[in-house]
Design a protein around this ligand. Structure first.
Ligand SMILES: Nc1ncnc2c1ncn2[C@@H]1O[C@H](COP(=O)(O)OP(=O)(O)OP(=O)(O)O)[C@@H](O)[C@H]1O
Length: 258
């Protein structure tokens, strides 16, 4: 999915929303976690999705990735209404996500974890299964920087390695849209840079990414655009520079976390 210079004008004219939320609301009893939230994500965009603790970021991801259905509103993926479609069906359509709490299979190696994340129905026959799956898993291990530790188990990895495994397992489903939940938490600044480079290379390969974080620090150089939510509602949308200077955003973060 490489972009050729001669194609750029054509590509721009073809830019479409890969994801659109229309008035999405999610309630848990009396708690409105997501409140009438609308936004779109363009093909090959890297969108930052930020907000204070408890703002509703993960719940929004839950609704988009099919972990739970919204209470109200609609979600469109490539123009198709996918509201309430279960996660396994959305994975087949090309939506993958990572979780804040990593969920690897602890009794399997890094390579096996990534091999097992691949969708069996993308294989042509049982004979293709082992060779194709293992080959693709090795490519993903290299891509996410785990090429030297394919035979280790998850508990042997440092935190940054676990994050890379989480991303690798999501890539195993061959997504077009990747939702990444707080990747930068607990990473050193070098690790943040390397992780951001990985996301940039995924976008260069044609992927669209939505990245959650509490604040802008890890995201600032990475994202094209930022959406800020607070108490489930969108309070700002713009470039990283616009968001940083937005008084409403400053206020939501109670003075200067951004
Ligand atoms: N399963 C649930 N049952 C009840 N309330 C929930 C549930 N999940 C989330 N909430 C509530 O919904 C609100 C939004 O939570 P959510 O985890 O989506 O926020 P967040 O922005 O991802 O927060 P953080 O940055 O701390 O991860 C919070 O008030 C939370 O307590």
């Amino acid at each position: 999915m490489s972009t050729h210079t001669t194609q750029s004008a054509h590509d721009e004219a073809q830019t479409t929303d890969i994801l659109r939320l229309e008035d999405v609301t999610k309630q848990f009893g009396n708690v409105t976690a997501v409140d009438n939230l609308s936004f779109s994500v363009s093909e090959r965009e890297i969108l930052g999705f930020i907000g204070p603790n408890g703002a509703g970021k993960s719940t929004t991801f839950d609704c988009v990735s099919g972990t739970m259905a919204p209470t109200d509103g609609e979600i469109y993926y490539r123009g198709e209404n996918v509201t309430g479609v279960p996660q396994h069906a959305l994975v087949e359509k090309g939506i993958a996500r990572t979780y804040q709490t990593f969920r690897p299979l602890n009794d399997r190696t890094v390579l096996e974890n990534i091999a097992l994340s691949q969708m069996p129905n993308s294989l042509f026959s049982f004979a293709d299964f082992r060779a194709d799956t293992e080959q693709r898993a090795r490519e993903i291990c290299e891509q996410v920087g785990l090429g030297d530790v394919v035979d280790q188990t998850p508990d042997e990895l440092p935190h940054a390695g676990m994050l890379r495994l989480e991303i690798g397992r999501a890539l195993g489903t061959d997504p077009d849209l990747l939702l990444v939940d707080e990747p930068f938490a607990g990473l050193t600044s070098d690790e943040i840079d390397r992780t951001a480079d990985l996301f940039t290379s995924l976008r260069e390969g044609g992927m669209t990414l939505v990245v959650i974080d509490h604040n802008m620090h890890g995201l600032l150089d990475l994202v094209d655009r930022v959406i800020v939510i607070s108490f489930g509602e969108k309070i700002a949308e713009g470039t990283p520079a616009e968001i940083r200077d937005d008084p409403t955003v400053q206020e939501a973060y109670l003075g200067g976390e951004i």
